[in-house]
Design a protein. Structure first.
Length: 92
């Protein structure tokens, strides 16, 4: 298990009562699973009914979009890694 930091956007930070959450996980997906167990409301905000990240939710691992990783959420993390969640906002 690696200790990683998950940074939350301002729209989600109030649910965690913090803009960053530290947790232990082996992969990006496990980190998000731990996060949503700690803060259950995030499960429905981040994932659809099939357990897939919602289209408007982006997750970056050390600055790289995990959608670019062939292994996706199974991408392994190391101690000190940063995960950043961003919710895309549209409008005019």
């Amino acid at each position: 298990m690696a200790r990683v930091t998950v940074s939350l956007p301002s729209l989600l930070a109030p649910f965690a009562e913090a803009s960053q959450v530290e947790l232990e996980a082996k992969s990006v997906g496990e980190a998000l699973a731990v996060l949503t167990r700690k803060i259950p409301v995030l499960l429905q905000l981040l994932f659809d009914e099939e357990g897939v990240l919602r289209e408007h939710v982006l997750c970056f691992h050390n600055g790289e979009n995990i959608r670019w990783y062939p292994e996706g959420l199974e991408h392994l993390v190391q101690a000190g890694d940063d995960l950043t969640i961003i919710q895309a906002v549209a409008g005019g």
